[in-house]
Design a protein around this ligand. Structure first.
Ligand code: SAH
Length: 354
């Protein structure tokens, strides 16, 4: 049997690479912007509609590239309008993306890997080990699929968070190219300050990110204020303990004049005591940062529970009184399997039992 070869997607190419690719066909560099405009502004579904490009070129491009790197195989819609998509890639692997409606607009949470190897004990993504990284074009494909759907309602995705399945800094180059493509003025032009990369704390990549002076937002999943507890929740803490992590983040924040978001899921009886709140304040005070207190989306497999609302508010108060800014995030899509990896894990289980 012939091995299945997945077709390249043109969404993989940044503008420079698009110019280089077009040069192979003897095309001048201005054609790249024309092509980008068809892809990202007019959001063409095929190459044949690209009427100001030579038809010999669009035929070639159609043979070489797909405009459909992701296909929808399932979705769940919550009462608050949050939509969770399950996408299938050309090789049959699947990932999730979540669309949330906020007062400031449409925000899409994208996945960066198929599965995840970080092993955070509370997270559903780690239930399935990493199979592979997503390419930049597959991540762009997640955005394009949802944007094309929103076009029918004349709505625009204006915020991207890379907080779906996967560790973006374990797929650094593809993720940075993805950001570049969706940020390009000639493409979707999603503002850099409206793109957030969330990492569990891979210090060497945080240093690379700092050195690159990118304008994207950085969020860091902390979830514990000391190494002893963090290590139990997040194995990555063994490789990059808090002192190292906080040192890298302080340097990044000062050199780049950027504010960092710390994510902290409040887990009942695990990391939600007054003492944890005070330790957290001690860790962060003085930094240009704030803490995003996240309610936990329950994952049946692991037994954690979300802290109750009163406790969450109390935790928030302690942080504020101790000089640390915080926000208490409300739940989105509570009535669907909105936690990273939940919908996919369910599908994989169904596959195994059917
Ligand atoms: N690997 C990256 C991005 C993916 S996870 C990271 O660790 O930041 C995105 C965020 O969702 C992280 O803060 C993660 O800890 C959190 N998260 C994972 N499972 C969750 C759950 N069941 N409920 C709420 N938040 C969860």
């Amino acid at each position: 049997m012939l091995e299945y070869q997945s077709m390249d997607t043109i969404y993989d190419l940044n503008l420079k690479q698009t110019e280089q690719m077009l040069a192979e066909y003897g095309q001048k560099s201005y054609r790249a912007k024309q092509l980008y405009s068809w892809l990202y502004r007019k959001r063409a579904d095929s190459f044949t509609v690209m009427s100001d490009l030579p038809s010999s070129l669009t035929e070639e491009l159609g043979r070489r590239y797909t405009l459909e790197p992701v296909k929808e195989i399932d979705r769940q819609v919550a009462k608050d309008g949050t939509v969770k998509y399950l996408f299938e890639m050309n090789d049959g692997a699947s990932v999730e993306a979540v669309l949330m409606h906020f007062h400031f607009g449409e925000s899409l949470c994208v996945s960066s890997q198929i599965g995840c190897n970080m092993g955070c004990t509370f997270c559903a993504s780690g239930l399935l080990k990493k199979q592979r990284d997503l390419t930049a074009g597959e991540m762009v494909g997640e955005v394009m699929y949802v944007q094309k759907e929103l076009d029918r309602e004349e709505k625009r995705i204006n915020n991207i968070v890379i907080m779906g399945t996967g560790e973006p800094f374990d797929n650094y180059e593809n993720v940075m190219r993805f950001c570049e493509i969706i940020n390009s003025d000639h493409g979707l032009a999603i503002g850099a300050r409206h793109i957030t990369i969330s990492t569990c704390g891979i210090v060497p990549r945080i240093n690379d990110f700092a050195a690159g002076h990118y304008q994207y937002n950085l969020a860091v999943s902390l979830h514990a204020p000391n190494d002893e507890l963090r290590r139990k929740l997040m194995p990555v803490d063994r490789a990059y303990p808090l002192e190292e992590l906080m040192g890298a983040l302080k340097a990044y924040s000062v050199d780049n004049h950027r504010r960092i978001t710390f994510e902290y899921i409040l887990l009942h009886g695990v990391n939600d005591t007054d003492s944890h709140a005070r330790q957290l304040a001690d860790l962060i005070r003085g930094m240009n940062a704030y803490v995003n207190l996240i309610p936990y989306n329950q994952v049946d497999e692991n037994g954690y529970r979300s802290a109750d609302d009163r406790k969450a508010l109390h935790f928030y108060d302690i942080l504020m009184k101790n000089g640390v800014k915080a926000t208490l995030r409300s739940k989105h899509g509570e009535d669907i399997d909105a936690a990273c990896g939940q919908l996919r894990a369910k599908h994989e289980r169904d596959k195994q039992t059917s």
